[in-house]
Write a protein that binds this ligand. Structure first.
Ligand code: 5GP
Length: 139
């Protein structure tokens, strides 16, 4: 399976479409999901090309999971959550829609189920959540 450089996250990495960024380092980028299934739902991706965990290099995987932990800790604090769910899908049959490796970070509250996929979020709310997560990352 080859990497499609026209996938939506590749376009975000090239700056061709905007994203609500919350963190970046040399290897990874974290930004808000535009169709959040939880309050504070965000994504971590590598800056280099791979479809998913099945073709990623150890370097890409370790960079991503390090950023996932850092952003998850900040998102939990920022959103006043009691827990975090991490989701990661591989290939269409595995539930993956965007074919650039990504990890979903969901802040979770006791008794609150995750929402449905595919529903556009409120941009004002997403921006407000991003500001809280960025503040937690900086503190
Ligand atoms: P997947 O099912 O591939 O694991 O999830 C892809 C995720 O990307 C979905 O949660 C979807 O809401 C999110 N997404 C799709 N298009 C965009 C976009 O243009 N910007 C952002 N920030 N997220 C997107």
């Amino acid at each position: 399976m080859s990497y499609d450089p026209e996938n939506i996250f590749a376009k975000i990495l090239r700056g061709e479409i905007p994203c609500e960024k919350i963190f970046e380092d040399d290897e990874t980028l974290a930004f808000m999901d535009i169709m959040p299934r939880s309050k504070g739902h965000c994504l971590v991706i590598p800056k280099t090309r791979c479809r998913n965990m099945l073709d990623a290099t150890p370097k890409q995987l370790s960079a991503c999971i390090t950023t996932v932990q850092r952003v998850a800790q900040a998102a939990k604090t920022a959103m006043g959550a009691q827990g975090i769910t991490i989701q990661q899908f591989n290939e269409a049959a595995g539930g993956q829609e965007v074919l650039h490796l990504h990890y979903h970070i969901h802040p979770r509250h006791e008794g609150v189920p995750m929402g449905p996929a595919g529903q556009m979020g409120d941009f004002g709310e997403i921006k407000a959540h991003a500001e809280k997560i960025r503040a937690a990352l900086e503190s």
